[in-house]
Ligand binder design. Sequence first.
Ligand SMILES: Nc1nc2c(c(=O)[nH]1)N[C@H]1C(S)=C(S)[C@@H](COP(=O)(O)O)O[C@H]1N2
Ligand SMILES: [Mo]
Length: 222
Amino acid sequence: MAEDNVPLFGRIKDKLVETKEKWAREGRALTGEGAVPAGRRLPPGQHLTEDWPVLDLGISPNLSTSDWTLAVGGAVETPLNWTWDQFMSQPQTELVSDIHCVTTWSRYDNSWKGVSARHLLKLVRPRPSAEFLMFRSYDGYTTNVPLARFADDDVLLAHSWQGERLTRDHGGPVRVVIPKLYFWKSAKWLRAITFMDKDSPGYWEMRGYHDEGDPWKEERYR
Ligand SMILES: Nc1nc2c(c(=O)[nH]1)N[C@H]1C(S)=C(S)[C@@H](COP(=O)(O)O)O[C@H]1N2
Ligand SMILES: [Mo]
């Protein structure tokens, strides 16, 4: 498979992983505000930032577009395997959305371009039994989401941000963007999507983080 040839740089940031596990145990940044008034833009416990922080496990895959492939399978009628050219020849969608990271920063008005989840779902046709999916990334990262969350009309497999190709740090060539969930659900360096009948935890979900991760409900931790 292509990923076997992808050079990986860096090493797992053990300190960061320990710290985030500690936050989950302590319930850091939880406000317990409860129902948020309609029309409010900043979720509870978040603060605004203008720059775009880089957050990952520390392993950064050096992927050229010719190394990159995306496999979509599991509980679907029509599995697919896209090269970069096949991915780029799909209908393209542009959207603007906000980022909310569980470490409490939010960034407004990010413009994304890529292939919509709606388009992908039309092609692969999930079986009626499929209720969850798992993203797998080239750095070994995984994260799970309910199919209903992926099927939202603002979900993208993005290759560009603010009109430029995603940098390697931010998950290029292709990352997931799910604006209505905390940003750890938006897998960088996307390699595979597996549809599942039953839920299964990803990297942070196994380490104390919430299964669904809705910022408006402060679903930070399990
Ligand atoms: N493949 C991969 N995707 C990932 C991560 C990671 O470590 N590996 N970290 C997640 C977390 S915790 C966050 S907050 C966002 C950060 O994305 P950014 O670095 O572009 O801000 O990516 C998410 N997606
Ligand atoms: Mo994060």
